[in-house]
Design a protein around this ligand. Structure first.
Ligand SMILES: [Mg+2]
Length: 255
C-alpha cells in the first residue's frame, strides 16, 4: 500500500509555457534588473559599472556554478552567486563597499532575480485536483525541487494556493545537495515520517535525477513524460519504468 508521494516541481506539477532559450534569458534579465535596483538602494552600485557588464559577469558566474552543481551534485544557491559576483566587482573596484550587506540582502537579491520566473510557471490543469485527491486518501505529500532559491518555489506554490497540500517542501538550495543524490530523498522521507517505508512511497518526476535518485533511495518511481525533450538530457535506462502523460494518471498507481 502506498503511504506517501513525492513530486518534482518543474514539468511535473508546474510548466513553463513555450520554453525557449530566448525566453529564458529575457526572463532572467528582467529579474536581474530588479536586483540592480536593490544594489542602488543599498548604495553599492557605482556609475563605473553598466547594467550590461553586470549582467554579463553575473551570467558567467551563474553558468560556472551551475556546471559545478551538476558535476558535484552540490547546490550553489543564487544568493551565493550574488555574493561571489559582488566580491569580484569590489576587487575590480567598480562598485562601492559591500561590507554592510547582510545575508538577508543576498537572499533578497536572489528572490528578485528569480521573480520573473514566478509569473511564468503555472500548474498543469489537473495538478490541483490530483493533490486534493491524494490528500483525501490521507497520503503524505512532499515536493523536492533542484532549485537554487528555496523561497522562489514556496512563492510559486503559494501564489497558486497549492502550498497547503504539502507536508514538506524541500529544495536543493535549502538541503545543499541536488537530486539524484539519494540523501535528499532520505531526508524527505524522514521529514514526512516514512523513513522506514521507502518502498511504499512514490517519487514522480520528469527527469533522470528524479527517477535514478529515488531508486537509489529505494523509492518507487513514476516518470512524467514531457511533451518535449531538453537539450543534453540524460537517458533513463530502467526496465519496465512506470510512466504517465498527465499528472492525474498518478492516481492509478495508488491502491
Ligand atoms: Mg522537473
Amino acid at each position: 500500500m502506498i503511504k506517501g508521494i513525492i513530486f518534482d516541481f518543474g514539468f511535473t506539477l508546474f510548466y513553463f509555457d513555450n520554453p525557449s532559450v530566448e525566453r529564458y534569458y529575457e526572463c532572467f534579465k528582467k529579474g536581474l534588473l530588479k536586483s540592480i535596483d536593490i544594489l542602488k538602494e543599498q548604495q553599492v552600485w557605482n556609475e563605473k559599472l553598466s547594467n550590461e557588464s553586470f549582467i554579463k559577469k553575473f551570467a558567467k558566474k551563474r553558468e560556472h556554478f551551475f556546471r559545478k552543481s551538476i558535476k558535484t551534485k552540490t547546490e550553489f544557491p543564487t544568493s551565493l552567486v550574488f555574493q561571489n559576483v559582488l566580491e569580484l566587482l569590489k576587487e575590480e573596484n567598480v562598485i562601492n563597499n559591500i561590507e554592510h550587506l547582510k545575508e538577508k540582502i543576498f537572499k533578497e537579491l536572489a528572490e528578485k532575480y528569480h521573480s520573473c520566473e514566478e509569473e511564468e510557471w503555472v500548474p498543469f490543469e489537473n495538478t490541483r485536483e490530483t493533490l486534493e485527491n491524494l490528500v483525501e486518501r490521507n497520503l503524505k505529500i512532499a515536493l523536492i525541487s533542484n532549485h537554487p532559491n528555496h523561497k522562489t518555489i514556496e512563492n510559486m506554490l503559494k501564489r497558486h494556493d497549492l502550498f497547503k497540500f504539502f507536508n514538506f517542501v524541500l529544495t536543493s538550495a535549502k538541503f545543499g545537495k541536488r537530486k539524484p543524490d539519494p540523501n535528499i530523498f532520505l531526508y524527505t522521507l524522514d521529514k514526512i515520517g516514512l523513513k522506514n517505508y521507502a518502498n511504499s512511497v512514490i517519487m514522480c518526476g520528469d527527469e533522470y535525477a528524479d527517477i535514478i535518485g529515488a531508486q537509489r533511495a529505494n523509492l518507487q518511481t513514476v516518470l512524467f513524460e514531457r511533451k518535449y525533450k531538453f537539450p543534453f538530457e540524460k537517458e533513463i535506462n530502467v526496465p519496465e519504468l512506470k510512466k504517465i502523460a498527465d499528472i492525474s494518471e498518478i492516481l492509478a498507481y495508488i491502491s
